[in-house]
Design a binder for this molecule. Structure first.
Ligand SMILES: *[C@@H]1O[C@H](CO)[C@@H](O)[C@H](O)[C@H]1NC(C)=O
Length: 847
């Protein structure tokens, strides 16, 4: 999951992922084997994706079949006019031809016995997913018409305040038709856990009519639990893909064979991208403000491929992406990823998902993907390719501070999102261990308040109970929900939660609670409370309590404070450098690309969702992850595309990443939460490997002045620069030029060297998208280990997109070093446009 479980340990998740990655699929297969009881007669099968030699539909150039004309059903002209809402006959013919060819190869290979088909792909991938034995897979890979065979692997799904934080209210939405018109008729495809169509974030009641949209060709998978009408125009289409997960763990009673979200994650991400404007967020009777999606008038197309507890399997995810692009989405939002670079191809960029996503970009669909939650360590990004916009998660400016006042008037600062103790009076304090009755329960620690049975309710009633937050909470054995239940059932006036160590305190993430609770997350504050308690609690020689003299009251923790501090990179957010293969060699491509809010984000939730204990039964949840950051960017991309319908995916990416903030409002560099020796997050200056271009700034993204454009052929050339022509031909059906070029030639708004030897020249070409001619001056901050210069450093660029300017940058190593270092190139326009390009170098050699 791309969600590091609020209040629980993302660390635990990470550990599990590492284990799963090491075992590959065997872990799953073991549990599956129990139910299937394979015998010698039926050797174990796995799902494999098989890619054939001919090009998929989006790459089709009309050359096969002897048919004439163009088959680009996503042509620019079509996009602009929307007149031809139907796939051209040629495409239909080619699609039918591919299916026939696929069957021909399979019939030839499997003969009379046939094979078990899981999926057929034609749009982004020309291939099938099949249930095969390892031996069959190996033999099929040798077939002359098979390009590659890839075993299925697992992927994991990786706001009321955010629209304000991103300044959407302050004039941005007004440029997109106001909050009730922002992103009108853009379609955001969400590949996730489905959706709760009854949620107020997606209702059309009281909203301006969502009319039919002819450019969308998708359908609505209707089921008993997802009735007709669930696709209401706001939700323009909804599908589910479970053929692969059915081979290993699908359970209809909790996973639903329909687009219904049984998890919560997909409902949450969809609401962040395009939830209705101004939906009140109410939880435990408290109003936490109003929620709005970033593009409140955009349509949501739901492609369910992830499931509760399990996450998903790549054949389902590819089927979902294939369908989304065929249906005509504008933006594809993927809050999911593998937990490590997938094996099976020579580079990460050639894995089946990334090549499918390349074809999505070819079809003019921007793909936004979560960077991963495996941070804060280097090389943990799980979104790899230059044609994908990879999103890091930022911690925004909300704090959930609260205070408690002790009987001796001392004030202790703590945290928590909960109501105050009733009235203004003081309540007696009681330590959970001092309230224990009977012999306890060997499985339950008396300090953690996990069961009312352990405690004498006569003693606890009306007092503030002191419980202890330990690593049991971090690892999920104990929960805040159980603690609240215990306190409620004992009739406590409130709860103060102390920590047993700073490192467990660091892992605490507040969730909204219905009773007065304050957490003292540092051991220093915890000790102040405990020594006060001990001083005023009289005990006899045997330790029996005579009087409870310590008192306190808990303040109101439901008023959220905004510090106006800038975003910081969240500790869990995956970091670069990007990796080019599964041996973790560094790539010459920057990842992540941008940062957006992803920490404790309010979003829609489904009451049947079970993945977040804190929000069970609720309609809203506040959760964290690069999963939450991703739909912010997808929503903003929809707004931009609405404003600039002719912009290519690379233009959208360029506009957002080159105008992102790198400093706070005082001009201080943005920071990243980084690990410190004691496990607590330490703030360090954020690098491009933490946040890419920086923190999303939608104001600036709307008017970048210059953009860096990259097209499909450039991406193919990029692949040619690091793979064999044969591999590139297999993946893209394109021939490599004789001169292979270098990965750093790709015209993207970043320059990244895994290995810089002596002096290297890098060219970049900018295009003017402003309505005026402008003079630009380039300035460069140089790193300690290398120097960058620009030629020309000053240029004037004319009006219109035909006007381009190429700049040659000289990057020279000045000191041998194996530490990453960074520079920044700034283009400053005479008419106030400013764009920035990060330069990142890992290894530097002088000779
Ligand atoms: C499916 O899920 C339900 C509800 O959790 C459970 O009771 C049932 O045992 C599960 N079935 C299988 C085959 O795992």
């Amino acid at each position: 999951m791309r969600t590091p479980e609020t209040g629980r340990g993302w660390q635990r998740v990470t550990i599990w992922m590492v284990v799963l990655a090491a075992l590959g699929l065997s872990l799953l297969i073991t549990s599956e084997a129990k139910s299937y009881e394979p015998t010698e007669a039926s050797p174990k099968t796995h799902v494999y994706m098989v890619v054939f030699d001919q090009m998929p539909v989006v790459t089709y150039n009309g050359k096969i079949l002897g048919l004439r004309g163009t088959a680009k059903y996503f042509s620019e002209r079509w996009r602009k006019t929307h007149k031809r809402a139907h796939v051209s006959d040629l495409v239909k013919k080619y699609n039918a031809y591919l299916i026939k060819e696929q069957d021909k190869i399979l019939n030839e290979f499997f003969g009379f016995e046939g094979c078990e088909k899981v999926y057929r792909y034609t749009h982004l991938v020309n291939g099938v997913a099949l249930s095969l034995t390892d031996d069959e897979a190996e033999r099929l890979a040798e077939h002359p018409r098979v390009e590659r065979v890839q075993k299925s692997y697992r992927v994991y799904p990786s706001t009321v305040h955010t629209p304000d934080y991103l300044n959407l209210h302050k004039g941005v939405w007004s440029q997109f038709g106001g909050p009730v018109g922002a992103g009108e008729n853009m379609i955001i495809g969400i590949v996730d856990t489905g959706i709760d169509p009854t949620h107020p974030s997606f209702t059309t009641r009281g909203q301006k009519l969502y009319g039919p949209l002819r450019k969308y060709r998708g359908r609505c998978d209707v089921a008993k639990e997802f009735p007709r009408g669930s696709c209401n125009g706001k939700i323009i289409g909804a599908r589910f893909f479970n053929a692969a997960i059915k081979k290993g763990g699908f359970n209809a009673s909790i996973h639903f064979a329909s687009p219904l979200d049984g998890e919560g994650h997909g409902t949450h991400t969809a609401s962040i991208a395009a939830g209705n404007y101004g939906v009140p967020v109410i939880m435990n009777g408290a109003n936490f403000g109003k929620a709005s999606g970033v593009a409140p008038r955009s349509r949501i197309a739901v492609y369910k491929a992830l499931y509760r507890h399990i996450g998903g399997f790549i054949p389902d995810v590819i089927a979902a992406c294939d369908q989304a692009v065929a249906d005509g989405v504008d933006i594809l939002s993927l809050s999911l990823g593998p937990n490590s670079p997938p094996s099976g191809s020579s580079t990460t960029f050639l894995n089946v998902l990334d090549i499918a996503l390349l074809n999505a970009v070819k079809a003019n669909v921007l793909v936004v993907q979560a960077a991963g939650n495996e941070g804060p360590y280097p090389k943990t990004v799980t979104s790899f390719s230059p044609w994908v916009l990879s999103v890091a998660a930022g911690v925004d400016d909300r704090t959930f501070r609260n205070t408690m006042v002790l009987g001796n008037r001392q004030i202790i600062k703590g945290t928590g999102i909960a109501p105050p103790t009733r009235g203004g009076g003081l309540y007696r304090l009681i330590l959970a261990q001092d309230a224990v009755q009977g012999r306890g329960d060997p499985l339950l620690s008396p300090s953690e308040c996990q069961s009312p049975k352990l405690y004498n309710n006569l003693l606890v009633r009306g007092k503030i109970l002191i419980c202890t937050y330990t690593f049991d909470f971090v690892y999920g054995g104990s929960t805040m929900q159980q603690l609240v239940k215990t306190a409620k059932s004992l009739g406590a006036a409130g709860v103060t939660v102390v920590v047993d160590s700073d490192s467990s305190g660091q892992k605490f993430e507040p969730v909204p609670l219905a009773i007065p609770v304050i957490v003292l997350p540092t051991s220093a504050d915890s000790n102040i409370l405990l020594s006060y308690y001990n001083r005023f609690t009289k005990k006899d020689r045997k330790g029996k309590i005579l009087t409870f003299g310590a008192t306190a009251r808990i303040g109101n923790g439901q008023t959220i404070t905004y510090t106006r501090s800038a975003q910081r990179v969240a500790l869990f957010s995956s970091r670069g450098p990007n990796v080019k293969d599964f041996n973790f060699n560094e790539a010459d491509i920057l990842k992540p690309n941008i940062m957006a809010p992803g920490y404790m984000i309010w979003g829609a939730w489904t009451p049947i969702g079970t993945s977040q204990a804190a929000f069970a039964g609720q309609r809203f949840a506040m959760i964290s992850g690069t999963s939450m950051a991703t739909p912010h960017v997808a929503g903003l991309a929809a707004l931009l595309k609405w404003k600039y319908p002719t912009w290519s995916p690379s233009a959208l990416v360029s506009a957002m990443t080159t105008t992102a903030d790198v400093a706070d409002r005082f001009g201080r560099p943005l920071q990243a939460q980084s690990p410190s020796p004691d496990g607590s997050p330490l703030l360090q200056t954020a690098t491009p490997f933490d946040m890419g271009g920086g923190a999303l700034n939608i104001h600036a993204a709307m008017n970048p002045g210059l953009i860096f454009e990259t097209g499909y052929l450039d991406y193919v050339r990029f692949l040619c620069s690091l793979s064999t022509p044969r591999e590139v031909l297999g993946a893209t059906k394109m021939s490599c030029p004789r001169l292979a070029g270098k990965p750093t030639d790709l015209n993207i708004p970043s320059i990244t060297f895994a290995n810089l030897v002596k002096t290297v020249y890098v060219a970049r070409t900018v295009t003017n998208v402003a309505a005026v001619a402008e003079k630009y001056t380039i300035s460069i901050t140089n790193a300690p280990d290398f120097v960058v210069t620009a030629n020309p450093a000053v240029f004037t660029i004319g009006v219109g997109r035909r006007n381009k300017q190429t700049i040659v940058f000289t990057v020279r190593a000045t000191r041998a070093s194996q530490a990453s270092s960074f520079a920044r190139i700034t283009f400053k326009g005479s008419l106030s446009h400013v764009i920035r390009v990060p330069v990142s170098v890992v290894n530097k050699r002088l000779r």
